[in-house]
Design a protein around this ligand. Structure first.
Ligand code: GLN
Length: 196
């Protein structure tokens, strides 16, 4: 059985738990750093990245999360989670976890399109699923080894770097769990590699 953690400090935690379970894996809400050892993969949910960062520092999660990103166990950052994973943030001197070689801009779709839904197609996932964007960031630049899996109006909204996945939108807010299922597959593959 695959166990996937959802960082449970703030944001859309329960919805991810539901999506993970619907995709046939076990879900754990991670509130203490020791729990990171029990999970095969980790989702960083959407919410508010500045608040999440404050809580990450308060509960001593920053170093354990950076270490986790280096173990080869998959991580998936959605929306604010994408901001946490990015190495570069437009307008900020410092990153948070900084594990992905991407440059991200917060609230990048602007006021006019603060929150919206769009039909997306994503490599490895499929066609025509609804992406829910809520004051969403997008990726403005990637290094060569980062694969762009999904764009919306020429903006990069889902990217993968080996075991690290990030999306601008909220895949957990609809009943179409194909994006979560894709991440569950990544976790299964990573776990199998470890066993062999
Ligand atoms: N705008 C938020 C931030 O900057 C992200 C929004 C979200 O996660 N839905 O953290």
């Amino acid at each position: 059985m695959i166990t996937i953690g959802v960082l449970g400090l703030q944001g859309a935690v329960r919805e991810h738990v539901r999506a993970i379970e619907a995709s046939g894996a076990q879900a754990v809400i991670v509130k203490r750093t020791e729990q990171l050892e029990e999970v095969d993969g980790l989702i960083l949910p959407g919410g508010e990245s500045t608040t999440m960062r404050r809580l990450i520092d308060k509960y001593g999660f920053m170093e354990p999360l950076r270490e986790f990103s280096k173990t080869g166990k998959p991580m998936f950052g959605t929306c604010a989670g994408m901001i946490l994973l990015a190495k570069n943030l437009i307008g900020y001197e410092e990153s948070h976890i900084g594990a992905m070689d991407i440059t991200v801009e917060r609230n990048a779709f602007g006021r006019q399109k603060d929150s919206f839904e769009a039909a997306l197609s994503m490599k490895g996932v499929g066609e025509d699923f609804i992406g829910v964007f809520i004051r969403a960031p997008y990726v403005v630049d990637v290094e060569d080894h980062v694969e762009v899996l999904c764009t919306h109006e020429d903006r990069m909204v889902a990217v993968r770097q080996n075991h690290l996945l990030a999306a601008s939108f909220h895949p957990e807010l609809t009943d179409d769990h194909r994006v979560t299922a894709y991440f569950v597959e990544m976790v299964k593959e990573a776990k199998m590699k470890k066993v062999v």
